[in-house]
Write a protein that binds this ligand. Structure first.
Ligand code: RRO
Length: 292
């Protein structure tokens, strides 16, 4: 899959309508990932579902989405000029397959399998922490779609490499690392957890070093491209992920804090860095931190 540039929109923000995806592309994103959609529309959790914390956001949205049928119809009429990657989830391998087969009826460049949402039962990370189930989901989806399949991984596992290898053995064309880190916030006055769901997923600058470490470790262990995600808000962050071994980067939380200008500023800063260092292409810096 060819990206216009390696700065992508991460799943979960502005990815639920054609209009918002178009604004992200116009702002400079080289590819976009939609919000995760499943077979049936879901309302998600009650508010508060997002709260700002030190150096990041904590969310437990609970997979609110209009369903794969609706979103794929919305995407069908779009011609964004950059790859659109449809993020899907299911509560079983069969549901993943059904969602995938509906999703690819739209003009999507690929699929991202959400095997990493940290706070919805019987899907996401609950499936994504089991290497055998991950391999099964990927294998079954790959058997019925002719598009690249990425697997978004959870950092909330003891052995990330084992899950990643299982995804690749199942046929994954690439990995996205990482989804949010399980976390919580408690209000000291009320004594209650702030999120309605109590526990949620932490994103933003707070998790960047975790994500960099995950990309670094994974890119040594798998041959497929790794898409870096987690706390990227500046060109320096993006370059750090490339050096760790990411082939491209995904931006999510920084869009909420900085607005859509973040795509242009990261892209321009990255290009200036490459030129200043004498590199001709992004590929030349991917994984350089692995040198002895
Ligand atoms: O919707 C969510 O609550 C959510 C999802 Br699907 C995910 O993959 N990661 C996250 O932090 N929140």
């Amino acid at each position: 899959m060819e990206f216009a540039n390696p700065v992508m929109l991460a799943s979960g923000i502005l990815g639920i309508s054609g209009g918002s995806l178009r604004r992200v592309v116009e702002a400079g994103a080289g590819a976009v990932v939609t919000k995760s959609v499943g077979l049936r529309p879901r309302e998600g959790y009650l508010n508060p579902s997002v709260v700002q914390v030190d150096c990041g956001l904590l969310n437990a949205m609970g997979l609110p989405n209009p369903g794969v049928d609706y979103l794929s119809r919305e995407l069908q009429a779009l011609d964004l000029g950059v790859p659109v990657i449809l993020s899907i989830y299911g509560f079983s391998p069969e549901e993943f397959c059904e969602a995938a087969s509906i999703g690819v009826q739209a003009d999507v460049g690929g699929l991202e399998l959400n095997l990493s949402c940290p706070h919805v039962e019987r899907t996401g990370a609950e499936m994504g922490q089991d290497p055998r189930l991950v391999a099964e989901v990927v294998e079954e989806v790959k058997a019925i779609v002719d598009r690249p399949v990425f697997v978004k991984l959870t950092p909330n596992v003891p052995d990330l490499g084992q899950v990643a290898r299982a995804a690749v053995e199942g046929g994954a064309d690439g990995l996205t690392a990482i989804n949010t880190v399980r976390a919580m916030k408690i209000d000291v006055e009320t004594g209650h957890p702030v999120l309605a769901n109590r526990v949620g997923g932490l994103s933003g600058a707070a998790i960047k070093p975790i994500a960099v470490r995950c990309v670094y470790e994974l890119s040594r262990q798998v041959e497929v491209p790794v898409l870096g995600c987690g706390g990227i808000s500046t060109w320096q962050d993006a370059v750090e992920f490339l050096l760790a071994g990411a082939s491209a980067v995904q931006i999510g939380t920084a869009v909420a804090f900085q607005g859509l200008e973040v795509f242009q500023s990261v892209k321009a800063g990255m290009e200036a860095y490459l030129a200043r260092k004498g590199y001709g292409t992004v590929e030349e810096v991917v994984g350089l931190a692995h040198r002895d």
